[in-house]
Design a protein around this ligand. Structure first.
Ligand code: DX5
Ligand code: ZN
Length: 217
């Protein structure tokens, strides 16, 4: 059985916004697979970010596809906007989406890949019916809203279950929340294929870390 090379999604929320151009260029040169764009509405989560200007800046300096993580209530109304801003994957929280089936259908209709994000405490059973509609599942390993939090160990059995389901349904399985090189080594064998990396990536040299993770498999 061949083992896939982990796909790395740097979290742009954690970049140096005083020198965003430099970080975008170096992440692109380092072989980032997606740019992870966290969008927060101050309602579903108690924080704000990232605005449309940041999307335009990332698009200006990079062709790496955008993976948009919408931590907003009623994301249905914002799908077209984020597709126009360049989103390749649009991920929504079922916990925040009263019209989740309609929302996933609209994401497909506008030509993007569908994703659902699950809060640490959201059980897989509650979303299993949605999995045939998903290209991507984002399993949160911290409560959404802030970078730099502690990894929640109790999410690991859920990751294992999602790893099995990903083979059945064919979605990519991604984790988000305090991921570092050690976590990639631990979670990749469970079937996690994609990794959002925030604080850990920008603590040292992002390019070295991406190259190291990809070469270790
Ligand atoms: C948390 C965001 C994450 C965050 C990751 O709400 O969804 O993408 O930026 O940052 P770290 O890796 O520091 O948890
Ligand atoms: Zn995120």
């Amino acid at each position: 059985m061949s083992i896939s090379v982990p796909k790395i999604h740097p979290s742009i929320l954690c970049a140096d916004h005083g020198d965003l151009r430099r970080d975008i260029i170096r992440l692109t040169e380092a072989g980032a697979d997606y740019m992870h764009m966290d969008v927060m509405d101050g309602d579903f989560v108690p924080n704000f970010g990232l605005g449309t200007e940041i999307f335009n800046c990332v698009r200006k300096y990079s062709n790496v596809p955008l993976d948009v993580h919408l931590m907003v209530r009623e994301p249905l109304w914002h799908i077209k906007l984020f597709r126009e801003l360049g989103a390749e994957i649009i991920t929504v929280h079922p916990e925040a989406s009263p019209q989740i089936v309609e929302t996933l259908a609209l994401i497909r209709e506008v030509g993007a890949k569908t994703g659902i994000a699950l809060n640490p405490e959201t059980p897989v059973d509650t979303v299993e019916k949605l999995l045939p509609m998903c290209d991507h599942v984002l399993a949160m390993t911290v409560n959404p809203g802030f970078y730099g939090q502690d990894f929640l160990e109790f999410t690991i059995p859920k990751l294992q279950r999602l790893g099995e389901l990903s083979k059945q349904y064919g979605f990519s399985l991604c984790v988000d929340g305090n991921i570092n090189a050690e976590r990639v080594k631990q979670l990749h064998p469970l079937g996690v294929t994609n990794f959002v990396i925030g604080s850990a990536l920008f603590r040292e040299n992002p390019a070295d870390m991406i190259k190291q993770i990809k070469s270790e498999v």
